[in-house]
Write a protein that binds this ligand. Structure first.
Ligand code: TXA
Ligand code: MG
Length: 363
């Protein structure tokens, strides 16, 4: 059985607005101390907020799983602040590691490597491999330095909910369950890191992110992409993704979400038709549109995710919009697809998961 639960005591969570605070160094020092003593601190990264604990302390990882309500077979990423820390936790003789680290760290890249014994299996979900990332965020790097240990950190959300992209959303899920939240406002990217597996002969992308396949291939030559990334429905057919987390229904709003692909006016007509029927039945409808197409909708609450060709803005807004529709108690959400730009693969990977792969082609 996969265990995830431990009785949680309600605790007083300290929330520090770290960027506006004069006492930055003291807050980081206190936060580092909490981690060293086995406690939990949520912190910003450039991708999404992380829920951090001492990655070498099995008790801390147990607390992380409990606070998130996360199944314990879903391993955690260890966050480091300099390359020397990597040698303590993973085998590093593979030249590809150095090449990727030089090019993309600190940044939105996680490498799956062979672990060293010091890393407890409670952190790696029982695996002999460990996922490692050096985030590109000053607060995160200062915190890891202060804690003087690799910090295990999944996204700082309740398991299954969209990842938090600002401190307020972290508090919504975790206030009273963890020791401290370092709130530095909104993150830069808004989608989790790219994960690449380097334990096999051919490198393989396990989760798409801001470091794209093309960017990896410039450094490594041809690489693979895990089947579940290419074809999300393969999980239903029994395929076991190499990143265990990719099998869970993630990133999901409470409402039923459907996406529509096709010529923009035809998509808008279809969504208008469905939204009108839903509203007649008393359902609350949300619509996610681009800046250019928002005016085509006559029903539901229309939210603009960004200009159609601005993948950076779309990525940054996605999770917050899904959470806002939760706040508004939407019953149904209809969205266009967003398949342009460098971040499109990552955006559609998360978006289609939130929609349980419910993407309808309008011919
Ligand atoms: O951007 C990010 O990566 C954020 C920030 C906080 O750094 N973290 C994050 O963590 O997204 P989490 O726990 O939400 O997602 C980690 C993913 C999961 O899908 C997990 O299964 C996979 O990484 N993973 C972790 N260790 C692994 C390993 N040893 N082998 C394969 N997949 C692994
Ligand atoms: Mg997550």
């Amino acid at each position: 059985m996969v265990g995830c639960c431990q009785v949680l005591l309600i605790m007083k969570t300290i929330v520090s607005n770290i960027e506006e605070n004069d006492d930055y160094n003291k807050i980081i020092k206190d936060a580092g101390e909490i981690i060293r003593k086995g406690g939990l601190v949520a912190f910003p990264t450039e991708t999404v907020y992380g829920l951090g604990g001492d990655g070498l302390n099995p008790e801390a990882s147990k607390k992380i799983y409990a606070a998130k309500g996360r199944p314990s077979d879903n391993p955690l990423i260890l966050h480091i602040c300099d390359i020397k820390q990597l040698e303590d936790i993973a085998e590093t003789d593979d030249v590809r590691i150095k090449k990727l680290a030089e090019k993309f760290w600190p940044g939105p890249l996680t490498m799956v490597l062979k672990k060293k014994d010091i890393v407890p299996k409670s952190t790696t979900g029982g695996l002999e491999t460990v996922a490692v990332r050096m985030p590109n965020n000053k607060v995160a790097l200062d915190l890891i330095r202060a804690a003087n240990t690799p910090i295990a950190a999944p996204s700082a959300n309740t398991s299954g909910r969209p990842s938090p992209t600002n401190g307020k959303r972290v508090a919504e899920d975790l206030d009273g369950k963890i020791d401290m939240i370092l709130d530095a406002g909104s993150v830069e990217i808004g989608l989790e890191s790219s994960i690449i597996d380097l334990t096999g002969e051919k490198a393989c992308i396990l989760r798409p992110g801001a470091v794209t396949k093309e960017m990896f291939e410039e450094v490594l030559g041809e690489i693979d992409v895990d089947r579940v990334v290419k074809d999300p429905s393969s999980v239903k057919e029994g395929y076991k993704p190499k990143a265990p987390g990719m099998k869970y229904r993630h990133y999901a709003p409470k409402a039923e979400l459907k996406m529509f692909r096709g010529e923009e006016k035809k998509v808008a007509n279809e969504i208008n038709k469905l939204a009108a029927e839903d509203e007649k039945c008393g359902l609350k409808v949300g619509i996610i549109a681009s800046l250019e197409t928002a005016k085509l909708y006559d029903f539901g609450e229309v939210v603009v995710i960004g200009p159609r060709n601005n993948d950076v803005e779309i990525a940054r807004n996605l999770y917050e919009i899904l959470r806002e529709f939760d706040d508004k108690k939407a019953d149904r959400i209809y969205s266009e697809v967003f398949e342009d730009g460098k971040l499109a693969k990552a955006i559609m990977n998360r978006f289609s998961k939130a929609a349980s792969n419910n993407i309808i082609d309008i011919l």
